[in-house]
Design a protein around this ligand. Structure first.
Ligand SMILES: Nc1ncnc2c1ncn2[C@@H]1O[C@H](COP(=O)(O)OP(=O)(O)O)[C@@H](O)[C@H]1O
Ligand SMILES: CC(=O)N[C@@H](CCC(=O)OP(=O)(O)O)C(=O)O
Length: 299
């Protein structure tokens, strides 16, 4: 029999007791987790991620997973000899690309994540914005300035969408039945076409519609970094516009933080940019005082 005074055992008990106030605070609340293409590559990390989600469900939190798969869509298109073009981080999507995006996201990746969660002892239900009338998309357009004439012109991105209407009842039904919804960022438009939605945008809109306690965006950096590479632990929307103006944030981090700002201003309590390369990053963020990553709250 093990020694009940063994310091290692006592430390384990202390870890659980430290987590108790957080479990009590968040029981019954919804956490939306965006799991990205870059954070998805390593099977061990995928397993840790699935364990975290199943643990959240087991302590009475309602996790909702929204996943990406940009690199995987790119790889599939490459085998077909199709090169992608991106405008402001969005993949220009013709009818063939929309079909491939749906096949990769709703088919392969969605079912892979459902499988990981099942292996970690949970029950997941895979769906896209099409199922149960969850999301109706509207077409996204972008404007760009011609550098010579300075005239602004509209850039057609094809079948790129953003959530227009969200009916959360299908998510609530799945969660209430003890299952974890796993959502692919694909949705129909009013025109009946299939739209490809950036996964961060999809997750942010769903977090706002559900009035989620947290939106977690798992990515491949430790959080938002300042110009010296130091982690910025707490940000408000006003800080984010300053960081954008002074060039501290760039590339994929710009739409990511815009999503966070929109989510916290539209009903989600707080958003966290978190390192998906760290084992159990979500548990550390939720159940310890130190936290991890960058927390974004409304001004
Ligand atoms: N200030 C910053 N702090 C952290 N990452 C930044 C910053 N500015 C730009 N980035 C870039 O943003 C990237 C994350 O965005 P993205 O590649 O779109 O992530 P994902 O594919 O996980 O959705 C980082 O890998 C980093 O290169
Ligand atoms: C319109 C648009 O760009 N859609 C994305 C959807 C997947 C995604 O966002 O995946 P990550 O989170 O892994 O980047 C795409 O086609 O790549």
């Amino acid at each position: 029999m093990s020694n009940p005074h063994d310091p290692a055992l006592l430390a384990r008990a202390a870890t659980l007791v430290d987590a108790l106030p957080y479990m009590q605070r968040y029981a019954g609340r919804t956490f939306v987790v965006k799991y990205g293409g870059h954070a998805m590559g390593d099977p061990e990390l995928a397993n840790d991620f699935a364990e975290d989600v199943v643990l959240l469900k087991a302590v009475g939190i309602n996790p909702v997973v929204v996943h990406g798969g940009g690199p995987q869509i790119g790889a599939m298109l490459k085998t077909m000899g199709v090169e992608s073009r991106f405008v402001d981080g969005l993949r220009v999507t013709d009818a063939q690309t929309a079909q491939v995006a749906e096949m990769v996201l709703s088919g392969a990746i969605n079912k892979e994540i459902v499988g990981w969660i099942a292996r970690a002892g949970g029950k997941a239900m895979g769906l896209s914005g099409k199922d149960g009338g969850l999301v109706t998309a509207r077409k996204v357009t972008r404007a760009s300035k011609d550098p010579d004439s300075n005239i602004e012109k509209v850039v057609d991105l094809g079948f790129v969408g953003e959530p227009d209407r969200i009916d959360t009842s299908v998510i609530e039904t799945i969660s209430a039945a003890g299952m974890i919804p796993v959502i692919a960022p694909i949705a129909p438009g009013e025109d009946g076409q299939t739209y490809n939605i950036n996964a961060d945008t999809m997750a942010g809109a769903i977090a706002a519609a559900l009035n989620a306690a947290r939106l977690f965006l798992l990515t491949d950096v430790s959080g938002v970094l300042d110009k010296q590479g130091e982690l910025l632990t707490d940000l408000r929307p006003s800080d984010i516009s300053r960081l954008q103006q002074d060039g501290t944030i760039s590339g994929g981090m710009i739409p990511k933080l815009e999503t966070c700002v929109h989510a916290v201003e539209a009903g989600c309590e707080a958003a966290v940019v978190l390192d998906g390369r760290v084992s159990h990053a979500m548990l550390l963020e939720i159940f310890t005082q130190e936290g991890a990553g960058t927390l974004i709250r409304a001004d």
